[in-house]
Design a protein around this ligand. Structure first.
Ligand code: ARG
Length: 250
């Protein structure tokens, strides 16, 4: 009896689980597409950006279409782990904690957490705000490294509160509405948000440089081929050309 149940469960898994995966010629990529220039919507409402184009170039090399699914950033790792999506490409920082849950490709870009503040702000750092006001109110995108760092360094230390928004754009709107003192987010999206909105500026932080990579389930069947294709596209200059297209030289 136990055997039959196990077989039934296995059959259901094959029918439901694998149908969504690589088999049918399409790779499903999850991301959070409010993170320009890595993922955002163009004027026609299509998802585009560095991650989208690199993923599509890899897909083309391997003979797959890439379908983009826009979800909350915090759902990307669980979604990949459970097999709902083939991979996540979301300007995702490689961290030791995440490496317990997923396997990362090689790195294709770097980022650094910076602070967005009102243009007329007198402070230079989060500590300056704590010194002046006794505490700081930080806006972040939920589940990101900006969230983790400020939670550890300020909220857990009793030096402030961290407001977690569904995406970076929402955190920036909260800053514009005066609900938070500043937003901690990756540098390239920060530049985009400051360029798109009046009255904001970027401060530097001491946070270290982070490596971005795409995330796969540990048992992913496509991981090896995908990572090999990524490395070929790095070696032949395709990845750099895509980055240069979205991040014009200063
Ligand atoms: N690099 C940061 C992290 O991995 C933020 C990534 C947010 N990505 C996004 N597509 N919204 O935690």
């Amino acid at each position: 009896m136990k055997k039959i149940i196990a077989l039934l469960i296995a059959a259901m898994f094959v029918l439901t689980g694998f149908a969504a995966l690589a088999e049918n010629g399409t790779l499903t990529m999850c991301t959070n597409a409010a993170f320009p220039p890595y993922e955002f919507y163009d004027e026609d409402g299509n998802a585009t950006g560095i991650d989208v184009e690199i993923a599509k170039a890899i897909g083309a090399k391997l003979g797959y279409d890439v379908e983009i699914v826009d979800i909350e950033f915090a759902q990307c790792i669980p979604g990949v782990q459970s097999g709902k999506y083939d991979f996540a490409a979301a300007g995702m920082t490689v961290t030791e904690e995440r490496q317990q849950m997923v396997q990362f490709t090689d790195t294709y870009a770097t980022g650094i957490q910076v602070i967005i503040a009102p243009e007329d702000a007198a402070f230079e750092s989060l500590d300056d705000i704590v010194d002046a006001n006794g505490s700081v109110k930080v806006g972040v995108q939920m589940g990101t490294t900006g969230d983790l760092y400020t939670t550890w360094d300020y909220e857990d230390e009793g030096k402030g509160t961290v407001d977690r928004y569904a995406n970076g754009a929402a955190a920036v709107q909260a800053l514009l509405a005066g609900k938070v003192d500043c937003v901690v987010i990756d540098n390239e999206p920060a530049k985009n948000f400051v360029a798109q909105n009046e009255g904001l500026k970027i401060l530097d932080t001491a946070y270290t440089v982070e490596d971005y990579a795409m995330a796969f389930a540990k048992d992913s069947a496509i991981y090896d081929d995908f990572n090999a294709a990524l490395n070929e596209l790095i070696a032949d200059g395709t990845v750099q050309a895509i980055i240069d297209k979205f991040i014009p030289a200063e």
